[in-house]
Design a protein around this ligand. Structure first.
Ligand code: AMP
Length: 582
């Protein structure tokens, strides 16, 4: 069904003048060179993200502005000015340097969204480290795979979480320091490689000589899933801050007086690019809420802090819709002036629900871990076509390519979504996987792995993934990871994993499992396999459904034909099955 465009009024009648006033003109005139001039570079073209985000503001009236309003899930609250965060991250950087951390070392956080996580990540950047934030919901294997892959040296975590991954620590020889943040003052032993965060911070100075990193020096590593193999470490360089800064300004439309809230965890790229770098490089106050999703709790955060700009995700919006309009109506949400969404397709109903119930339509935008910053977006000044991801950011050339990823296809025709390579926040490599990185490019194009269409007016519309990667509630899940976890169960012979449509989280994971001789399908076995998977995978990546089968369709070369499993599950045409092993 087609939806009428949501019309934007005249710019001079808007209550807040958008930062982007004329898209077509800006597309002509936008130059990264101009963005460059708005940031503070060290001599010799050096730049450090943490300096852009915190320290440069200390020399301006922003020094005492509140950078972070933190609210815990239990209603505790704290606030930190830019000066506070600058000094605290200096302390942490001093502590890291004293521990022997050097430029290029991988420094990971594995904790809930508390101020210490943000201080640690920024301190890690100041010392020249490559920071890797992990979701606190990861189980031991997920943490081990990531730290082992890039030989992380430092892990910053909490007493509870370090206990949860105790069994894998032995398998991480490169990890020489575990810094324990102990907000809850839980008794624990400072044994093995453990040191106390609070102890380090007490001893450290709040003056720090920041590492003058090169724009190409690696700064951030985020793991993302592909069709095969374990998650891959996507690497971004310090220069990426140019992209975070410019898109936060022109897409999220951040203004000095805004109170901004990004609901994403730093474990997902959105929670770093737009939960740390974008807003703070623009000197914006932001709220960080340490709790998980809850309609009432989220609305209370908006009302309490008078949030003006809100960046969230489609599954969360659909969960708010499910919670009912009355929950929204019970809170004062009138402070909101601009709302955005990312991570999965935003269905038109969700855009319109925002307009009807919150008074503002959600502005969808599209990007990926690899792109580092927003690439396609709906802007405050443009009419929204509900269901569309919008138009390319000013510096971005996006196109829809044919099956060979060679020629652009005409408007309206589906194809591979590709971006012309070479923007500051573009990933620099996959950690230790240069070939895989190179395989993502064809000529001048970076091939995103998504399929889409572009209409006559240049709006882009998401169609689906070009590969088997599953998007469940905004988490990309590689079927191979889930299959690998399942076949470690003693009763499982083979597993094939697909995503099946779900109205709330877009796709849920279904596993087809064949059993080893001597094992019979039963409800108890199914529960046991699910429990087993939960220990190995992020909760979102665990199969919601398991179907026992006597065998799986495989190709003649032995690969599971997930496409066929999916077609059969959904009653779709089976397509070419010539490679199927009978
Ligand atoms: P990630 O790298 O985990 O952020 O996931 C990126 C992928 O999420 C994209 O390649 C898309 O498949 C999907 N995605 C992100 N934003 C959108 C959007 N606005 N509409 C549809 N899919 C999206």
């Amino acid at each position: 069904m087609d939806y009428d465009p949501i019309k934007k009024g005249k710019i001079d009648e808007m209550p807040v003048q958008p930062n982007l006033l004329d898209y077509e003109r800006a597309k002509e005139e936008f130059r990264w060179e101009d963005v460059k001039k708005e940031l503070d570079w060290f001599d010799g073209g050096k730049i450090n993200i943490a300096y852009q985000v915190l320290d440069r503001h200390i020399k301006t009236p922003l020094r005492d502005k509140i950078a972070l309003y933190w609210e815990s899930k239990d209603g505790e609250s704290e606030k930190y000015s830019f000066l506070d965060l600058s000094k605290l991250s200096n302390r942490f950087a001093n502590a890291l340097r004293k521990l022997g951390v050097r430029k290029g070392d991988r420094v990971f956080t594995y904790m809930d969204r508390t101020p210490e996580q943000y201080i640690s990540l920024l301190g890690g950047l100041k010392v020249g480290g490559v920071i890797g934030p992990l979701f606190s919901a990861f189980g031991p294997d997920a943490v081990k795979d990531r730290l082992a892959d890039c030989e992380a040296r430092v892990l910053i975590t909490t007493p509870k979480l370090v206990n949860a991954i105790h069994e894998v620590l032995e398998e991480l020889p490169a990890l020489d320091t575990i810094i324990i943040v102990n907000r809850s003052k839980t008794p624990y032993d400072l044994e093995d490689k453990k040191v106390s965060y609070e102890g380090l911070m007490d001893e450290a100075s709040d003056e720090f000589d920041i590492e003058k990193t090169d724009k190409e020096d690696y700064a951030i590593i985020h793991y993302t899933s592909g069709t095969t193999g374990k998650p891959k470490g996507v690497i971004h360089a310090h220069e990426a801050i140019m992209g975070h800064y410019a898109t936060a300004r022109y897409v999220l439309d951040l203004h000095p007086e805004d109170i901004y809230w990004c609901t994403a965890d730093p474990g997902w790229v959105t929670g770093t690019s737009y939960g740390i770098f974008g807003p703070w490089s623009n000197g914006i106050s932001q709220v960080i809420y340490g709790g998980g999703f809850g309609a009432g709790a989220w609305y209370r955060v908006i009302a309490k802090y008078k949030v003006t700009v809100w960046y969230t995700a489609p599954t969360a919006i659909r969960m708010l819709m499910k919670a009912g309009d009355s929950v929204a109506n019970n809170h004062d949400l009138t402070s909101l002036r601009y709302t955005c969404s990312v991570g999965e397709p935003l269905n038109p109903e969700a855009v319109l629900w925002g307009k009807d119930v919150i008074g503002l339509p959600f502005h969808d935008n599209w990007w990926q871990t690899e792109t580092g910053c927003i690439q396609i977006a709906n802007y405050p000044i443009q009419d929204i076509r509900p269901g569309s991801m919008g138009k390319p950011f000013m510096a971005v050339t996006a196109a829809i390519l044919d099956d060979n990823c060679e020629k652009e296809v005409p408007p309206g025709q589906e194809g591979h979504l590709a971006l012309k390579a070479g923007w500051p926040s573009m990933f620099r490599t996959y950690w230790n996987k240069k070939e895989l990185y190179e395989s993502r490019f064809k000529g001048e194009w970076y091939i995103t792995g998504d399929r889409a269409t572009m209409d006559e007016e240049g709006y882009f519309w998401f169609v689906g993934r070009a590969d088997d990667v599953i998007n469940t509630g905004g988490h990309l899940v590689g079927p191979f990871e889930v299959e690998s976890a399942l076949i470690e169960h003693p009763a499982v012979a083979e597993a094939g994993v697909i995503g099946i449509p779900d109205p709330l989280v877009m796709e849920v994971i279904k596993a087809f499992v064949s059993l080893k001789d001597g094992h019979e399908p039963s409800d108890e076995l199914m529960r046991d396999i699910k429990r087993f998977a939960r220990k190995k995978l992020l909760a979102a990546a665990c199969p919601r459904q398991i179907e026992f089968v006597s065998g799986l369709p495989v190709t003649k070369s032995g690969k599971i034909m997930r496409r066929l499993l999916k077609a059969r599950e959904l009653g779709l045409p089976e397509g070419d099955t010539s490679t199927l092993e009978e």
